[in-house]
Design a protein around this ligand. Sequence first.
Ligand code: ZN
Length: 483
Amino acid sequence: MLAKLITACGLIITLSLNTSLLAQSNAAMKKATLQQLDARLPEYQSIAQRIWEFAEVGYKETKSSNLLQELLRKEGFRVEAGVAGMPTAFIASYGSGSPVIALLAEYDALPGLSQQGIPEKKSIPGQDAGHGCGHNLFGTASAASAIAIKQWMDAGQLKGTIRVYGCPAEEGGSGKVYLVRDGYFKDVDVALHWHPKDKNFVTTGIRLANTSAKFRFYGVASHASVAPERGRSALDAVEAMNFMTNLMREHIPQETRIHYIISQGGKAPNVVPDFAEVFYYVRHPKREQVQSIFERLVKAAEGAAKGTETKMDYEIIGGTHDLLINHSLAKVMQQNLELTGGIQYNEAEVKFAKQLASSLTNPPDLSTAASILPLPDAIGTGAGEGSTDVGDVSYAVPTVGLESATWVPGVVAHSWQAVACNANGIGYKGMQVAAKTMALTAIDLFTNPALIQQAKEEHRKQIGNYQYKALLGNRPPALNYRD
Ligand SMILES: [Zn+2]
Protein backbone atom coordinates (compact mmCIF):
# COMPACT_ATOMS: atom_id res chain seq x y z
CA MET A 1 0.00 0.00 0.00
CA LEU A 2 2.76 2.38 1.04
CA ALA A 3 4.75 1.43 -2.05
CA LYS A 4 1.75 2.16 -4.23
CA LEU A 5 1.28 5.53 -2.59
CA ILE A 6 4.97 6.41 -3.11
CA THR A 7 4.72 5.43 -6.80
CA ALA A 8 1.58 7.54 -7.20
CA CYS A 9 3.29 10.50 -5.52
CA GLY A 10 6.30 10.02 -7.77
CA LEU A 11 4.04 10.05 -10.80
CA ILE A 12 2.37 13.22 -9.64
CA ILE A 13 5.76 14.87 -9.03
CA THR A 14 7.01 13.79 -12.47
CA LEU A 15 3.80 15.01 -14.11
CA SER A 16 3.91 18.38 -12.43
CA LEU A 17 7.63 18.66 -13.24
CA ASN A 18 6.81 17.98 -16.89
CA THR A 19 4.02 20.55 -16.81
CA SER A 20 6.29 23.19 -15.35
CA LEU A 21 9.03 22.40 -17.88
CA LEU A 22 6.43 22.70 -20.60
CA ALA A 23 5.21 25.96 -19.14
CA GLN A 24 8.77 27.23 -19.11
CA SER A 25 9.51 26.35 -22.70
CA ASN A 26 6.08 27.66 -23.73
CA ALA A 27 6.82 30.92 -21.99
CA ALA A 28 10.21 31.17 -23.73
CA MET A 29 8.66 30.32 -27.09
CA LYS A 30 5.93 32.90 -26.58
CA LYS A 31 8.39 35.62 -25.62
CA ALA A 32 10.51 34.95 -28.70
CA THR A 33 7.36 34.85 -30.88
CA LEU A 34 6.32 38.31 -29.72
CA GLN A 35 9.81 39.63 -30.51
CA GLN A 36 9.89 37.96 -33.90
CA LEU A 37 6.53 39.43 -34.90
CA ASP A 38 7.71 42.88 -33.79
CA ALA A 39 10.88 42.53 -35.83
CA ARG A 40 8.94 41.71 -38.99
CA LEU A 41 6.28 44.40 -38.57
CA PRO A 42 7.64 46.70 -41.34
CA GLU A 43 7.36 43.88 -43.88
CA TYR A 44 3.83 42.90 -42.81
CA GLN A 45 2.80 46.53 -42.68
CA SER A 46 3.78 47.05 -46.30
CA ILE A 47 1.83 43.94 -47.35
CA ALA A 48 -1.29 45.15 -45.52
CA GLN A 49 -0.80 48.59 -47.07
CA ARG A 50 -0.63 47.12 -50.57
CA ILE A 51 -3.79 45.03 -50.06
CA TRP A 52 -5.46 48.21 -48.78
CA GLU A 53 -4.41 49.98 -51.99
CA PHE A 54 -5.62 47.11 -54.21
CA ALA A 55 -9.06 47.38 -52.54
CA GLU A 56 -10.45 44.41 -54.44
CA VAL A 57 -14.05 43.36 -53.79
CA GLY A 58 -15.36 39.83 -53.17
CA TYR A 59 -14.09 37.12 -55.58
CA LYS A 60 -12.06 39.74 -57.47
CA GLU A 61 -9.19 39.74 -54.92
CA THR A 62 -6.63 38.35 -57.39
CA LYS A 63 -3.72 40.63 -56.47
CA SER A 64 -4.42 40.51 -52.74
CA SER A 65 -4.68 36.72 -52.69
CA ASN A 66 -1.52 36.37 -54.82
CA LEU A 67 0.44 38.66 -52.52
CA LEU A 68 -0.39 36.56 -49.45
CA GLN A 69 0.29 33.32 -51.33
CA GLU A 70 3.65 34.67 -52.46
CA LEU A 71 4.60 35.59 -48.90
CA LEU A 72 3.71 32.12 -47.63
CA ARG A 73 5.37 30.30 -50.54
CA LYS A 74 8.59 32.18 -49.88
CA GLU A 75 8.45 30.87 -46.33
CA GLY A 76 8.18 27.31 -47.59
CA PHE A 77 4.43 26.78 -47.25
CA ARG A 78 2.77 24.43 -49.74
CA VAL A 79 0.07 26.49 -51.41
CA GLU A 80 -3.00 25.10 -53.10
CA ALA A 81 -4.75 27.91 -54.98
CA GLY A 82 -8.24 28.19 -56.47
CA VAL A 83 -9.85 25.74 -54.04
CA ALA A 84 -13.59 24.99 -53.76
CA GLY A 85 -14.34 26.60 -57.11
CA MET A 86 -13.09 30.01 -56.00
CA PRO A 87 -10.11 31.34 -58.03
CA THR A 88 -9.02 33.67 -55.18
CA ALA A 89 -9.23 31.09 -52.38
CA PHE A 90 -6.12 29.25 -51.21
CA ILE A 91 -4.86 26.88 -48.54
CA ALA A 92 -1.23 27.22 -47.44
CA SER A 93 0.18 24.44 -45.23
CA TYR A 94 3.38 23.91 -43.31
CA GLY A 95 4.48 20.88 -41.32
CA SER A 96 2.78 17.51 -41.30
CA GLY A 97 0.52 15.32 -39.24
CA SER A 98 -1.66 16.32 -36.34
CA PRO A 99 -2.70 18.50 -34.75
CA VAL A 100 -3.86 20.62 -37.66
CA ILE A 101 -4.40 24.23 -36.64
CA ALA A 102 -6.09 26.53 -39.14
CA LEU A 103 -5.77 30.30 -39.30
CA LEU A 104 -8.48 32.03 -41.32
CA ALA A 105 -7.50 34.91 -43.60
CA GLU A 106 -9.70 37.44 -45.40
CA TYR A 107 -8.78 40.15 -47.92
CA ASP A 108 -11.87 41.53 -49.67
CA ALA A 109 -12.83 45.21 -49.73
CA LEU A 110 -16.26 46.89 -49.85
CA PRO A 111 -17.80 48.75 -52.78
CA GLY A 112 -18.50 52.46 -52.41
CA LEU A 113 -16.09 53.03 -49.53
CA SER A 114 -13.18 54.68 -51.30
CA GLN A 115 -11.28 56.79 -48.75
CA GLN A 116 -7.77 58.11 -48.34
CA GLY A 117 -5.67 57.17 -45.32
CA ILE A 118 -6.29 60.55 -43.68
CA PRO A 119 -8.48 61.59 -40.72
CA GLU A 120 -10.99 63.50 -42.84
CA LYS A 121 -13.54 62.25 -45.35
CA LYS A 122 -11.92 62.24 -48.78
CA SER A 123 -12.23 59.52 -51.39
CA ILE A 124 -9.46 58.32 -53.70
CA PRO A 125 -10.16 59.70 -57.19
CA GLY A 126 -11.04 56.97 -59.66
CA GLN A 127 -11.47 54.31 -56.99
CA ASP A 128 -14.80 52.96 -55.77
CA ALA A 129 -13.98 50.30 -53.19
CA GLY A 130 -12.26 50.62 -49.84
CA HIS A 131 -11.14 48.41 -46.97
CA GLY A 132 -13.92 49.39 -44.58
CA CYS A 133 -13.77 46.17 -42.59
CA GLY A 134 -9.98 45.92 -42.32
CA HIS A 135 -9.64 42.66 -44.19
CA ASN A 136 -6.29 43.95 -45.52
CA LEU A 137 -5.09 43.62 -41.92
CA PHE A 138 -7.01 40.37 -41.35
CA GLY A 139 -5.27 38.39 -44.09
CA THR A 140 -1.84 39.77 -43.31
CA ALA A 141 -2.03 39.08 -39.57
CA SER A 142 -3.09 35.47 -40.14
CA ALA A 143 -0.20 34.85 -42.55
CA ALA A 144 2.24 36.53 -40.13
CA SER A 145 0.97 34.38 -37.30
CA ALA A 146 1.42 31.16 -39.31
CA ILE A 147 4.98 32.17 -40.22
CA ALA A 148 5.76 32.73 -36.54
CA ILE A 149 4.57 29.17 -35.80
CA LYS A 150 6.48 27.69 -38.73
CA GLN A 151 9.77 28.79 -37.20
CA TRP A 152 9.12 26.65 -34.13
CA MET A 153 8.35 23.69 -36.37
CA ASP A 154 11.70 24.19 -38.10
CA ALA A 155 13.36 24.29 -34.72
CA GLY A 156 11.70 21.00 -33.79
CA GLN A 157 9.81 22.63 -30.93
CA LEU A 158 6.30 22.22 -32.36
CA LYS A 159 4.89 19.24 -34.22
CA GLY A 160 1.86 19.14 -36.47
CA THR A 161 0.45 21.23 -39.32
CA ILE A 162 -0.25 24.94 -39.48
CA ARG A 163 -2.55 26.11 -42.26
CA VAL A 164 -3.66 29.45 -43.58
CA TYR A 165 -7.09 29.38 -45.21
CA GLY A 166 -7.26 32.19 -47.74
CA CYS A 167 -10.99 32.93 -47.67
CA PRO A 168 -12.36 35.29 -50.32
CA ALA A 169 -15.55 37.33 -50.36
CA GLU A 170 -16.42 37.45 -46.66
CA GLU A 171 -18.55 40.53 -47.33
CA GLY A 172 -21.69 38.87 -48.60
CA GLY A 173 -20.04 36.22 -50.76
CA SER A 174 -19.86 33.54 -48.02
CA GLY A 175 -16.48 32.25 -49.26
CA LYS A 176 -15.82 30.08 -46.20
CA VAL A 177 -19.14 28.31 -46.59
CA TYR A 178 -17.90 26.66 -49.81
CA LEU A 179 -14.68 25.59 -48.08
CA VAL A 180 -16.71 24.00 -45.28
CA ARG A 181 -19.32 22.53 -47.60
CA ASP A 182 -16.61 20.96 -49.78
CA GLY A 183 -14.91 19.34 -46.80
CA TYR A 184 -11.71 21.40 -46.58
CA PHE A 185 -11.89 21.53 -42.78
CA LYS A 186 -12.37 17.78 -42.32
CA ASP A 187 -8.93 17.09 -40.81
CA VAL A 188 -8.63 20.40 -38.92
CA ASP A 189 -8.51 20.26 -35.11
CA VAL A 190 -9.03 23.92 -34.25
CA ALA A 191 -9.60 27.09 -36.29
CA LEU A 192 -8.42 30.54 -35.17
CA HIS A 193 -9.64 33.84 -36.53
CA TRP A 194 -9.82 37.50 -35.64
CA HIS A 195 -11.45 40.69 -36.79
CA PRO A 196 -10.59 44.38 -36.75
CA LYS A 197 -12.58 46.47 -34.24
CA ASP A 198 -12.24 49.55 -32.00
CA LYS A 199 -11.40 47.58 -28.83
CA ASN A 200 -9.52 44.46 -27.78
CA PHE A 201 -11.44 41.37 -26.69
CA VAL A 202 -11.96 37.70 -27.32
CA THR A 203 -15.06 37.15 -29.47
CA THR A 204 -17.85 35.81 -27.29
CA GLY A 205 -20.93 37.65 -28.56
CA ILE A 206 -23.40 36.20 -31.00
CA ARG A 207 -23.19 36.61 -34.75
CA LEU A 208 -26.34 36.33 -36.79
CA ALA A 209 -27.17 33.55 -39.19
CA ASN A 210 -28.22 35.02 -42.51
CA THR A 211 -29.47 34.38 -46.00
CA SER A 212 -29.24 36.87 -48.83
CA ALA A 213 -30.91 36.75 -52.22
CA LYS A 214 -31.53 38.80 -55.30
CA PHE A 215 -35.20 38.90 -56.33
CA ARG A 216 -35.65 39.66 -60.02
CA PHE A 217 -38.90 40.82 -61.59
CA TYR A 218 -39.70 40.79 -65.29
CA GLY A 219 -42.41 43.09 -66.68
CA VAL A 220 -43.38 44.61 -70.00
CA ALA A 221 -41.77 47.82 -71.26
CA SER A 222 -43.87 50.59 -72.73
CA HIS A 223 -43.94 54.37 -73.11
CA ALA A 224 -44.80 55.58 -69.64
CA SER A 225 -46.99 58.40 -70.94
CA VAL A 226 -48.19 57.41 -74.43
CA ALA A 227 -49.16 53.80 -73.61
CA PRO A 228 -48.84 53.14 -69.86
CA GLU A 229 -51.71 50.65 -69.99
CA ARG A 230 -49.62 48.35 -72.15
CA GLY A 231 -46.75 48.26 -69.67
CA ARG A 232 -46.31 46.09 -66.60
CA SER A 233 -43.74 47.62 -64.27
CA ALA A 234 -41.09 45.41 -62.73
CA LEU A 235 -40.26 48.29 -60.40
CA ASP A 236 -43.86 48.28 -59.13
CA ALA A 237 -43.34 44.65 -58.22
CA VAL A 238 -40.18 45.49 -56.27
CA GLU A 239 -42.03 48.27 -54.46
CA ALA A 240 -44.97 45.97 -53.69
CA MET A 241 -42.60 43.32 -52.33
CA ASN A 242 -40.80 45.89 -50.18
CA PHE A 243 -44.09 47.24 -48.86
CA MET A 244 -45.26 43.78 -47.82
CA THR A 245 -41.90 43.02 -46.25
CA ASN A 246 -41.97 46.26 -44.29
CA LEU A 247 -45.45 45.39 -42.96
CA MET A 248 -44.12 41.96 -42.04
CA ARG A 249 -41.51 43.53 -39.72
CA GLU A 250 -44.18 43.89 -37.03
CA HIS A 251 -44.86 40.16 -37.06
CA ILE A 252 -41.43 38.64 -36.88
CA PRO A 253 -39.15 38.01 -33.88
CA GLN A 254 -37.54 41.16 -32.48
CA GLU A 255 -33.95 40.12 -33.11
CA THR A 256 -34.54 39.82 -36.85
CA ARG A 257 -32.75 42.14 -39.25
CA ILE A 258 -34.02 42.60 -42.79
CA HIS A 259 -32.36 45.02 -45.19
CA TYR A 260 -32.46 45.60 -48.89
CA ILE A 261 -31.27 47.76 -51.75
CA ILE A 262 -32.96 48.20 -55.12
CA SER A 263 -30.04 47.11 -57.24
CA GLN A 264 -31.90 47.74 -60.50
CA GLY A 265 -34.99 49.89 -60.82
CA GLY A 266 -35.26 50.85 -64.46
CA LYS A 267 -33.29 53.18 -66.65
CA ALA A 268 -35.53 56.17 -67.37
CA PRO A 269 -38.79 57.48 -65.85
CA ASN A 270 -40.49 57.66 -69.26
CA VAL A 271 -39.96 53.93 -69.88
CA VAL A 272 -42.01 51.41 -67.91
CA PRO A 273 -39.21 49.22 -66.43
CA ASP A 274 -39.37 45.69 -67.79
CA PHE A 275 -36.70 44.57 -65.32
CA ALA A 276 -36.02 45.34 -61.68
CA GLU A 277 -34.02 43.67 -58.96
CA VAL A 278 -33.98 43.95 -55.20
CA PHE A 279 -31.15 42.51 -53.08
CA TYR A 280 -32.25 41.30 -49.63
CA TYR A 281 -30.57 40.15 -46.42
CA VAL A 282 -32.44 38.30 -43.67
CA ARG A 283 -30.65 37.81 -40.35
CA HIS A 284 -31.48 36.30 -36.98
CA PRO A 285 -29.43 34.67 -34.21
CA LYS A 286 -31.00 31.29 -35.10
CA ARG A 287 -30.67 29.75 -38.55
CA GLU A 288 -34.14 28.10 -38.29
CA GLN A 289 -35.71 31.56 -37.92
CA VAL A 290 -33.74 32.86 -40.90
CA GLN A 291 -35.07 30.00 -42.98
CA SER A 292 -38.70 30.51 -41.98
CA ILE A 293 -38.59 34.31 -42.41
CA PHE A 294 -36.92 33.87 -45.78
CA GLU A 295 -39.80 31.63 -46.87
CA ARG A 296 -42.21 34.44 -45.98
CA LEU A 297 -40.09 36.87 -48.00
CA VAL A 298 -40.45 34.60 -51.01
CA LYS A 299 -44.24 34.66 -50.51
CA ALA A 300 -44.17 38.47 -50.52
CA ALA A 301 -42.19 38.35 -53.78
CA GLU A 302 -44.68 35.91 -55.32
CA GLY A 303 -47.61 38.06 -54.21
CA ALA A 304 -45.96 41.16 -55.64
CA ALA A 305 -45.42 39.44 -58.98
CA LYS A 306 -49.01 38.26 -59.09
CA GLY A 307 -50.49 41.65 -58.26
CA THR A 308 -48.38 43.50 -60.81
CA GLU A 309 -48.65 40.86 -63.53
CA THR A 310 -44.91 40.42 -63.69
CA LYS A 311 -42.75 37.34 -63.37
CA MET A 312 -40.32 36.70 -60.57
CA ASP A 313 -37.34 34.50 -59.85
CA TYR A 314 -34.72 34.70 -57.16
CA GLU A 315 -31.14 33.63 -56.59
CA ILE A 316 -29.71 32.91 -53.16
CA ILE A 317 -26.41 34.76 -53.02
CA GLY A 318 -25.07 34.05 -49.54
CA GLY A 319 -25.96 32.20 -46.38
CA THR A 320 -24.07 31.78 -43.15
CA HIS A 321 -24.58 30.03 -39.86
CA ASP A 322 -24.46 31.75 -36.50
CA LEU A 323 -21.14 31.61 -34.66
CA LEU A 324 -20.53 28.92 -32.03
CA ILE A 325 -18.38 30.15 -29.16
CA ASN A 326 -15.97 27.62 -27.66
CA HIS A 327 -15.58 28.47 -23.98
CA SER A 328 -12.46 26.31 -23.42
CA LEU A 329 -10.64 27.99 -26.28
CA ALA A 330 -11.91 31.47 -25.42
CA LYS A 331 -10.31 31.20 -21.97
CA VAL A 332 -6.94 30.27 -23.48
CA MET A 333 -7.11 33.04 -26.04
CA GLN A 334 -8.02 35.54 -23.32
CA GLN A 335 -4.81 34.70 -21.43
CA ASN A 336 -2.79 35.18 -24.59
CA LEU A 337 -4.50 38.44 -25.46
CA GLU A 338 -3.69 39.71 -21.98
CA LEU A 339 -0.11 38.58 -22.40
CA THR A 340 0.09 40.44 -25.72
CA GLY A 341 -1.46 43.62 -24.32
CA GLY A 342 -3.34 46.49 -25.94
CA ILE A 343 -2.23 49.36 -28.14
CA GLN A 344 -0.17 52.41 -27.23
CA TYR A 345 -0.42 55.31 -29.68
CA ASN A 346 2.63 57.38 -30.55
CA GLU A 347 2.39 61.15 -30.93
CA ALA A 348 1.42 61.07 -34.61
CA GLU A 349 -1.25 58.44 -33.91
CA VAL A 350 -2.74 60.50 -31.07
CA LYS A 351 -2.98 63.45 -33.45
CA PHE A 352 -4.59 61.26 -36.14
CA ALA A 353 -6.99 59.72 -33.61
CA LYS A 354 -8.07 63.10 -32.20
CA GLN A 355 -8.74 64.59 -35.61
CA LEU A 356 -10.63 61.50 -36.75
CA ALA A 357 -12.60 61.35 -33.49
CA SER A 358 -13.89 64.88 -34.10
CA SER A 359 -15.99 63.42 -36.93
CA LEU A 360 -17.74 60.94 -34.59
CA THR A 361 -21.07 61.67 -32.94
CA ASN A 362 -19.92 60.82 -29.42
CA PRO A 363 -16.45 61.85 -28.27
CA PRO A 364 -14.62 58.57 -27.59
CA ASP A 365 -12.21 57.67 -24.81
CA LEU A 366 -8.99 57.03 -26.73
CA SER A 367 -7.31 55.33 -23.78
CA THR A 368 -9.51 52.23 -24.21
CA ALA A 369 -7.31 51.07 -27.13
CA ALA A 370 -4.66 50.17 -24.55
CA SER A 371 -6.91 47.93 -22.48
CA ILE A 372 -8.21 44.39 -22.85
CA LEU A 373 -11.85 43.69 -22.06
CA PRO A 374 -12.41 40.87 -19.56
CA LEU A 375 -14.00 37.63 -20.70
CA PRO A 376 -17.73 37.89 -19.85
CA ASP A 377 -19.29 35.18 -17.66
CA ALA A 378 -22.12 34.54 -20.08
CA ILE A 379 -20.72 33.52 -23.41
CA GLY A 380 -22.66 33.55 -26.66
CA THR A 381 -25.27 36.02 -25.43
CA GLY A 382 -25.94 39.71 -25.85
CA ALA A 383 -27.09 41.83 -28.71
CA GLY A 384 -26.48 40.50 -32.17
CA GLU A 385 -23.94 42.12 -34.37
CA GLY A 386 -23.38 41.34 -38.00
CA SER A 387 -22.96 37.97 -39.61
CA THR A 388 -19.82 36.12 -40.60
CA ASP A 389 -19.04 33.06 -42.66
CA VAL A 390 -16.72 32.06 -39.82
CA GLY A 391 -20.02 30.77 -38.39
CA ASP A 392 -19.94 27.84 -40.80
CA VAL A 393 -16.35 27.06 -39.84
CA SER A 394 -17.42 27.07 -36.19
CA TYR A 395 -19.93 24.31 -37.02
CA ALA A 396 -17.20 22.24 -38.68
CA VAL A 397 -14.46 22.54 -36.04
CA PRO A 398 -13.89 24.17 -32.61
CA THR A 399 -13.24 27.81 -33.44
CA VAL A 400 -12.02 30.80 -31.47
CA GLY A 401 -11.36 34.41 -32.37
CA LEU A 402 -10.51 37.83 -31.10
CA GLU A 403 -11.08 41.42 -32.08
CA SER A 404 -8.43 44.05 -31.74
CA ALA A 405 -8.42 47.84 -31.69
CA THR A 406 -7.31 48.52 -35.24
CA TRP A 407 -9.72 51.47 -35.29
CA VAL A 408 -9.85 54.60 -33.17
CA PRO A 409 -12.33 53.90 -30.32
CA GLY A 410 -15.85 54.76 -31.42
CA VAL A 411 -15.26 53.95 -35.10
CA VAL A 412 -17.61 51.37 -36.58
CA ALA A 413 -17.04 48.91 -39.40
CA HIS A 414 -17.95 49.86 -42.97
CA SER A 415 -17.31 53.57 -42.40
CA TRP A 416 -14.80 55.95 -44.04
CA GLN A 417 -13.16 56.32 -40.64
CA ALA A 418 -12.47 52.57 -40.54
CA VAL A 419 -10.97 52.68 -44.04
CA ALA A 420 -8.64 55.51 -42.93
CA CYS A 421 -7.52 53.61 -39.79
CA ASN A 422 -6.81 50.45 -41.79
CA ALA A 423 -3.89 52.16 -43.54
CA ASN A 424 -2.54 53.84 -40.42
CA GLY A 425 -0.09 52.96 -37.65
CA ILE A 426 -3.10 52.38 -35.40
CA GLY A 427 -4.44 49.73 -37.76
CA TYR A 428 -1.05 48.04 -38.04
CA LYS A 429 -0.64 47.95 -34.27
CA GLY A 430 -4.06 46.32 -33.99
CA MET A 431 -3.05 43.82 -36.67
CA GLN A 432 0.00 42.95 -34.57
CA VAL A 433 -2.11 42.34 -31.48
CA ALA A 434 -4.13 39.83 -33.50
CA ALA A 435 -1.13 38.11 -35.10
CA LYS A 436 0.55 37.76 -31.70
CA THR A 437 -2.52 36.53 -29.83
CA MET A 438 -3.27 33.90 -32.48
CA ALA A 439 0.35 32.71 -32.57
CA LEU A 440 0.51 32.38 -28.78
CA THR A 441 -2.79 30.52 -28.75
CA ALA A 442 -1.53 28.18 -31.48
CA ILE A 443 1.57 27.45 -29.35
CA ASP A 444 -0.72 26.40 -26.50
CA LEU A 445 -2.70 24.17 -28.85
CA PHE A 446 0.35 22.50 -30.37
CA THR A 447 1.84 21.78 -26.96
CA ASN A 448 -1.29 20.76 -25.08
CA PRO A 449 -3.29 17.91 -26.68
CA ALA A 450 -5.65 17.86 -23.68
CA LEU A 451 -6.76 21.37 -24.54
CA ILE A 452 -7.71 20.30 -28.06
CA GLN A 453 -9.62 17.31 -26.66
CA GLN A 454 -11.50 19.54 -24.25
CA ALA A 455 -12.39 21.97 -27.06
CA LYS A 456 -13.58 19.10 -29.24
CA GLU A 457 -15.70 17.65 -26.45
CA GLU A 458 -17.38 21.02 -25.95
CA HIS A 459 -17.89 21.33 -29.71
CA ARG A 460 -19.49 17.88 -29.92
CA LYS A 461 -21.99 18.86 -27.25
CA GLN A 462 -22.82 22.12 -29.02
CA ILE A 463 -23.48 20.40 -32.33
CA GLY A 464 -25.53 17.56 -30.86
CA ASN A 465 -27.09 15.63 -33.72
CA TYR A 466 -27.35 18.59 -36.08
CA GLN A 467 -26.32 17.61 -39.60
CA TYR A 468 -24.59 20.59 -41.20
CA LYS A 469 -26.33 21.91 -44.27
CA ALA A 470 -25.13 25.10 -45.98
CA LEU A 471 -27.78 27.84 -45.91
CA LEU A 472 -26.96 28.68 -49.50
CA GLY A 473 -27.77 25.17 -50.68
CA ASN A 474 -25.81 23.55 -53.47
CA ARG A 475 -25.17 26.63 -55.55
CA PRO A 476 -21.64 27.20 -56.87
CA PRO A 477 -19.76 30.26 -55.50
CA ALA A 478 -21.48 33.48 -56.62
CA LEU A 479 -18.32 34.71 -58.31
CA ASN A 480 -20.08 37.67 -59.96
CA TYR A 481 -22.18 38.85 -57.02
CA ARG A 482 -20.41 42.22 -57.05
CA ASP A 483 -21.11 42.90 -60.73
ZN1 ZN B 1 -15.30 42.05 -41.86
